[in-house]
Design a binder for this molecule. Structure first.
Ligand SMILES: Cc1cc2nc3c(=O)[nH]c(=O)nc-3n(C[C@H](O)[C@H](O)[C@H](O)COP(=O)(O)OP(=O)(O)OC[C@H]3O[C@@H](n4cnc5c(N)ncnc54)[C@H](O)[C@@H]3O)c2cc1C
Length: 295
């Protein structure tokens, strides 16, 4: 292994709430930290319209504002967020080798806080239209949605939440559901009906095509809908494409997890923050034990 490469105590993958908190706690434990983020720091919290369940915010707080505060706090701890995608991690002896889009470095421990990404429809036409007329879980206020036709794909709470958010600004909003019943909380369905959101059941998307008049969505029941923006809310998947199966499936000493990427259902900012803090404390203890072992 190249010995001239940077060597640190802990590398953290992802600067969402879990990674940001892990970095702060690791720094407080006296560890050297490298925090990597492939997109904008803040992760999914950036998309939250109004966060009402984070402590210390009696009137709630918008996601981007909470993230801004997190980032200021991280900077106040002297932590720099490296705008790099982690592409591979491996372990040799007691050390991890981390490869990113622009460097390699060694660390004694890693915290994976890489969160989740929206699942894709995986249908013809989707890839080219992503970020143009197809979006997922984005903050409605950041999309050109005013006076537009919006079609939301999905049947859970997130889909209904998004549809309700868009109904504040859009001309018309509909939700297309694969099955015959939505999976959302009954209160969200009631609210959607009150806001005149059309709920279409038995609609499985087959393809999408951009036309002069909008985006034409074709369904397997032979129906077609012309809309301006297509919002997909069909679930999420773990961002694990930089970890091989051996590291993923075995208990590797020095490898720690935090936040949504290792939780099935409890996906909240406060939980991710707590996880990040706990992971950094575990790292400090682990590195202490490594030092004792190598004395
Ligand atoms: C629309 C919406 C509304 C929500 N509302 C609320 C709410 O009101 N209250 C609440 O408590 N929770 C809410 N949540 C959930 C909350 O945002 C998540 O639970 C929280 O963000 C999880 O934090 P995390 O750090 O584990 O993961 P994430 O926020 O997913 O952050 C992971 C980060 O890792 C980065 N990353 C991934 N792979 C790599 C890589 N290879 N290299 C470098 N970086 C990488 C990602 O870009 C991302 O920034 C909401 C979520 C959404 C989508």
């Amino acid at each position: 292994m190249n010995t001239s490469i940077e060597s640190i105590d802990v590398a953290i993958v992802g600067a969402g709430p879990a990674g940001l908190m892990a970095a702060m706690q690791a720094k407080r434990q006296g560890l050297s930290v490298a925090l990597f983020e492939k997109n904008r720091p803040g992760g999914q919290a950036l998309a939250a319209n109004l966060i009402e369940n984070f402590p210390g915010m009696p009137n709630g707080i918008r996601g981007p504002e909470l993230v801004q505060r997190f980032i200021e706090q991280v900077k106040a701890h002297g932590i720099q967020i490296r705008k790099e995608t982690v592409t591979n991690i491996s372990k040799s002896g007691d050390l991890f080798l981390i490869k990113t889009t622009s460097q390699e470095l060694k660390s004694s421990a890693i915290i994976i806080a890489s969160g989740l990404s929206p699942k894709r429809l995986k249908i013809t036409g989707e890839e080219e239209l992503l970020g143009d007329v197809i979006f997922s879980y984005d903050n409605p206020d950041e999309l050109p949605a005013s006076d537009k036709r919006i079609l939301v794909i999905g049947s859970g709470d997130a889909a209904f939440d998004q549809a309700l958010n868009f109904s504040r600004i859009a001309r018309e909003v509909a939700i297309a559901i694969r099955k015959n019943e939505p999976k959302c909380a009954p209160i969200l369905l009631e609210r959607a009906e009150r806001e005149n959101i059309e709920v279409l059941t038995g609609y499985i998307v087959r393809s999408v095509e951009k036309t002069a008049d909008g985006v034409l969505v074709s369904f397997s029941n032979d129906e077609r809908i012309l809309t301006d923006l297509l919002i997909t809310c069909i679930g999420k998947e773990q961002n694990f494409n930089f970890i091989d199966d051996v590291l993923l499936k075995s208990q590797v000493p020095g490898l720690f997890w935090a936040g949504d990427c290792h939780r099935n259902m409890d996906r909240h900012i406060s939980i991710a923050c707590g996880d990040g803090t706990a992971a950094a404390m575990d790292v400090a203890e682990y590195i202490g034990s490594l030092k004792t072992k190598n004395q």
